[in-house]
Design a protein around this ligand. Structure first.
Ligand SMILES: [Zn+2]
Length: 98
């Protein structure tokens, strides 16, 4: 029963960094996730990343879904909600005319 599980970092909630100071989270070294074993969290060493990449990606997808992420990154001017706002204008629209 020594298998380590991967858990979302309790300190940064999976973000890996803090908005305030843009520093990496000390708790998870910026990974957003930690090993959780025997009731303790520990940093996932960078050397382990390839081995846990699939699991991390699955956890990250799950987290993004919780945040309401739909799986597609849209540029602001392609988002319907931005239409008729300043952000809704494509800044590159007229770039080719110079
Ligand atoms: Zn963290």
């Amino acid at each position: 029963m020594n298998r380590k599980t991967i858990a979302r970092c309790a300190s940064c909630d999976g973000f890996g960094w803090f908005e305030d100071d843009a520093d990496n989270c000390d708790w998870c070294a910026g990974a957003g996730y930690v090993y959780h074993a025997a009731g303790r969290d520990s940093i996932i060493p960078e050397a382990d990343y390839p081995a846990v990449a699939d699991e991390l990606e699955a956890l990250e997808l799950e987290r993004l879904r919780e945040l309401g992420y739909q799986g597609v990154a849209k540029q602001p001017w392609r988002q319907r909600i931005r239409q008729d706002t300043q952000l809704g204008r494509n800044p590159y629209e007229n770039a080719a005319e110079d």
